[in-house]
Design a protein around this ligand. Structure first.
Ligand code: PEP
Ligand code: MG
Length: 768
């Protein structure tokens, strides 16, 4: 069965469109199950009906004509019940409905299974037979498995707009217009953008290049080399165009692209195939496909994402070789770039000042394009599966980079709402700007420190602009991620010094390399079945003391004369790791002093991100100078919910009572050990959370700089006593939603909510 199933899936994947995919399915399933009928009915939201889309065994004329409302007929019943219905004599069933145009009166047995994607019923897959017999368990399991595969094919067809085309073809008339349409992706960079979609569609098609044998090897190599030179030039100039918006280290991303073209990398493999007699285009297509296959099989999401870069590179080279004439794109003033895979070079093609937002169907917040977008402050949504991007060109769309939503059709009221949010945000920024130089303290003079999280230098400039008093988390993996090899001690020292200098004399908390989980380096692949519970953060760097020592030495050397460095250890799950890390840190300190640098021993702290560390807060606190809670990972590990998995995103809730109890316990234990306490996950930047974190005893909130003014506004307008009373009410509730509402309501009653609403009103109650 499995073999047959695989065969069908492979064949379906080669289908050029949904219609052929459905035809293959009905044909092959009927054959594999030796039944007389196999049909697919798809749910048509515009008419709220199931429509017969493909069949083998029923009359072909019935396609597009047989329609059933929800719960109507056996097909409707399968849809409502969301489970298979297996009958030996269908006409006997009370829900049976006879459609004369199908010629189905001769069939008695019926097995229908729903086609479901993310709880949404997309359609029903049906087999029928003349004999009166129940289909056996094996047959039922086969059909259920088939329908799960079919769901993916349908979702993809929806995304590319092929479902609508199919409907139109069947009915001969356009489908009714929907009033609103929204799609969910993941937030790549925060902010709201309203603008005109410019769809990036690639003209060259790597998949349709035929294999061809040639004799003139040198001529083919020249064709390839010319393409490489031209693409190299394009990428260089793309990097240069963004030069004034990005720091050199961020521009290094383009070097990663350029290095792929190197003679010893992709280029060498293409030339080897040309040597074997393949023409240049064929050789390129084969090499890119091999790379794609290799990378897409990797479990590690960061490496999987490099497929995008490789494919982009391949298409660019092919376009050059085929001398594809690309019409220059007319960019309006409010461009929202939309495409299956938006790449860094595409960003650079948009004239300066016109790019308002980015929507990419593929990719995640780890993608290079998302990293760049965050650095440039461009609202971005990644991984918007199901988006019919091909049909959006020229359309006005709204993107909500806080919640990861794209609105492609919307009522005027929603547009007005978002327009006012944009305006209010601008207004708020202006108003909150006046807070910049005021202290962050409550009305009863309880002081709180607001620090920022940084990664790229662009974050630093924005942070200073907003009155940040220090850096609570500098994610050092970011400069590592945008390189194609480990940065040297000198390079690291240079990067770190820029950060330390920008903030001096305020403290800068540098976290040691926190890779693993979802953050990978292309040049240090880690392949694991369960990366979030695997080799991550401190576990990697303790196993590679050479990486750890180089990094810590670079940090210390960078701090010479500034002495504002704090070193922070990620993913600590026990005291042994801290002991080991402290030993290495002391060793690095002596080495740096021996080399003649005059530096002070930095403060060292640990992150509490793992439940084990919550219960050992006191022991850990005794070993270090400060404790900082990573609420993103802590939420993930306490609730056992992958922070990047859209399927379980609804379960990821930093206001979950279990998370709040952990936060409170950490604060109480840290207080007993008299150690400095901060929190640096997304929760720290949520103004709604500020009162309860204050009341729990968190002294430092470290956040994205954009959140800083609003959090400061909240703190300055409440009293410590008020926050404590609120915390007491919150801690006796057992529901994350209720907790969130209690705080919102209290802020509203205190007249504070309207000042933070534009952001919080549209932000989910979940961190991350
Ligand atoms: C966290 O886990 O809360 C955190 C700040 O670290 P990161 O998001 O980089 O894993
Ligand atoms: Mg973390």
């Amino acid at each position: 069965m499995l073999k047959t199933l695989r065969g069908i899936v492979q064949e379906v994947n080669t289908a050029g469109d949904l219609k052929s995919a459905l035809d293959i399915i009905v044909h092959r399933v009927r054959e594999a199950m030796a039944t007389q009928v196999c049909s697919v009915y798809l749910w048509e939201p515009e008419s709220s009906q199931y429509v017969l889309m493909a069949t083998e065994g029923l009359k072909q004329d019935a396609i597009g004509r047989v329609r059933m409302g929800s719960a109507q007929g056996l097909v409707g019943l399968v849809g409502v019940r969301e489970e298979p219905i297996n009958l030996d004599d269908a006409p006997e069933h009370s829900n049976y409905q006879y459609f004369p145009e199908t010629g189905e009166e001769q069939f008695h047995s019926f097995l229908g299974v729903p086609i479901i994607h993310h709880r949404r019923v997309l359609g029903v897959l049906v087999v029928q037979q003349q004999d009166r017999r129940r289909f056996d368990e094996g047959e039922e399991a086969f059909l259920v498995t088939m329908s799960a595969q079919l769901a993916g094919v349908i979702i993809h067809a929806e995304a590319t707009g092929k479902i609508n085309e199919l409907n139109k073809a069947e009915k001969g008339k356009p489908s009714k217009v929907k009033k609103d349409q929204q799609f969910k992706g993941s937030a790549g960079a925060p902010g709201i953008a309203i603008g005109q979609a410019v769809v990036m569609i690639r003209t060259a098609d790597l998949d349709s290049v035929p294999s061809k044998t040639i004799n003139d090897i040198d001529a083919e190599k020249r064709v390839f080399q010319q393409a490489v030179d031209a693409v190299r030039h394009d990428i260089r100039s793309a990097g240069e165009k963004l030069a004034d918006q990005l720091r050199p280290e961020e521009q290094a991303l383009f070097d990663v692209y350029l290095s792929m073209l190197d003679d010893e990398a992709l280029g060498a493999e293409v030339n080897t195939l040309i040597d074997g007699g393949e023409w240049a285009q064929g050789a390129l297509s084969k090499v890119i496909k091999q790379y794609e296959q290799h990378f897409s099989m990797m479990d590690d999401p960061y490496l999987r994402e490099r497929v995008t870069d490789i494919r982009d590179m391949g298409i660019r080279l092919l376009e050059r070789m085929q001398s594809v004439k690309i019409d220059p794109i007319e960019y309006p003033n409010d461009v929202i770039l939309v495409g299956e895979e938006i790449t860094p070079t595409m960003l650079a093609e948009v004239p300066k000042g016109k790019l308002q937002g980015i929507v990419s169907v593929e990719g995640s917040s780890n993608s290079h394009v998302a990293i760049l977008a965050r650095a440039m402050g461009i609202p971005t949504i990644m991984g918007v599966q199901g988006l019919p991007y091909a049909k959006l060109d020229g359309k006005k769309i709204i993107i909500d980079g806080y919640r990861g939503k794209v609105f492609t059709l919307f009522p005027d009221s929603l547009l007005t709402q978002y327009q006012s949010i944009v305006e209010e945000e601008k207004e708020l920024v202006r108003e909150l700007d006046t807070l910049k130089n005021l202290p962050c303290e409550t009305k009863d003079h309880h002081r709180m420190k607001l620090w920022v999280n940084t990664g790229l230098m662009a974050d630093v400039f924005r942070s200073l602009d907003r009155g940040a008093e220090g850096v609570g988390l500098y994610r050092t993996e970011v400069p590592f991620m945008i390189k194609d090899r480990f940065p040297t001690e000198k390079e690291q020292m240079h990067t770190y010094r820029e950060q330390l200098k920008a903030f001096a004399p305020s403290p800068v908390t540098m976290r040691t390399l926190d890779i693993g989980g979802d953050k990978e380096l292309s040049y240090f692949p880690i392949k694991e079945d369960n990366p979030f519970l695997g080799w991550r953060g401190i576990r990697i760097t303790l196993d590679h003391p050479e990486i750890f020592l180089v990094q810590v030495r670079a940090m210390m050397k960078a701090s010479e004369g500034l002495n504002n460095l704090r070193i922070m250890l990620p993913m600590i799950s026990g005291t042994g790791e801290v002991e080991e890390a402290m030993r290495l840190i002391h060793r690095a300190f002596y080495e740096v002093c021996e080399e003649g640098f005059h530096v002070a021993m930095p403060e060292v702290g640990v992150m509490i991100e793992v439940p084990a560390a919550v219960y050992q807060t006191r022991e850990l606190a005794q070993m270090v100078d400060f404790i900082s809670v990573g609420s993103n990972d802590l939420t993930q590990y306490i609730l056992a919910v992958d922070r990047n998995n859209a399927r379980v995103a609804d379960l990821y809730h930093s206001y979950h009572p279990a998370v709040l109890q952990a936060l409170k316990k950490i604060a109480e234990d840290a207080l007993m050990e008299d150690v400095s306490l901060s929190i640096c996950g997304e929760l720290a930047g949520d103004p709604i959370a500020a009162p309860i974190l204050l009341a729990m005893g968190y002294e430092i909130l470290s956040m994205n700089s954009a959140s800083l003014p609003k959090v400061k506004y909240v703190v300055r307008n409440i009293t410590y006593a008020w926050a404590q009373a609120l915390l007491a009410r919150v801690m006796i509730s057992d529901s994350p939603e209720v907790i969130h509402s209690i705080i919102e309501l209290a802020l509203e009653e205190a007249g504070i909510l309207s000042f933070i609403r534009p952001q919080t009103g549209i932000m989910s109650t979940k961190a991350n």
